[in-house]
Design a protein around this ligand. Sequence first.
Ligand code: SAM
Length: 264
Amino acid sequence: MSVVFDRAVAFYDRTRGLPQQAETWMAQVVGEDVPLAAGSKVLEIGVGTGRIALPLIRQNRYRYTGIDLSRSMMDVLRTKADSEQIALVQGDAERLPFADGAFDAVVGVHIFHLISGWQQAMDEVLRVLRPGGLLLHGRNSRVDSSPERQLRDYLHSLSNQQEQSRDPGLLEHDQIAGELEQRFGKPRELQTPSWTVTQTPGEILDMYADRCWSATWSLSDETLARAVAEGRRLAIERFGSLDAPLKDEQLFKWNVYRRPETRP
Ligand SMILES: C[S@@+](CC[C@H](N)C(=O)[O-])C[C@H]1O[C@@H](n2cnc3c(N)ncnc32)[C@H](O)[C@@H]1O
């Protein structure tokens, strides 16, 4: 089963939202470096609350369609959209209800790892793109040595060891990029300037314990509690206190793929 985000509606924008400046950069880099004119037909799979869609439309004036399994995530998007033109469809990225070659570009951000048939969804993206159309695959990123990243990776690895399960949320980025390259060839890589977020280990652990991240949704209460307790111990050992301010350097990355003129 794909990971539907109905349960994240109340906290998604608060916990995932980009700072204003970063949001502008994320949309600007596409406007400046991707050959997509105003009025281009763009589809976003897993559009969610419009965190990516709305800045892209405001900045670049695309004709935008969003699809998501979660009606309630898209209800949040509707409340945030002013005059932005966006068509919203409740549906599954594994079976896109659109004609072959219907779009100039498809946008996908933090999505393939959540789809149970993610390779099928990639084939669907190829199908609905016109020849020469673009896939914009984006993600929030942070430097590898970020303490926030270390702590979260540690918590995820502990939980996984204990449950012997593989959450679809933990599909590796490299695995996704490899499958995309097989279909589209090498991407062009774009990125925004970086920005700094300050968080304490206590705040990171609270978000984990509150199941803010989809990778925690399939864990039992016991596994989650054990991982959080172990995370507290590690955080105090490594950072001295749960209240230590940890600086986290973040950026947004786009991989831009072009659909071959003939489908592989
Ligand atoms: C992590 S959110 C990302 C939302 C948005 N792209 C962003 O970056 O803020 C993933 C979204 O994909 C949706 N989703 C998951 N599986 C899906 C599928 N098979 N088809 C369509 N949407 C799906 C979820 O409901 C959720 O709204």
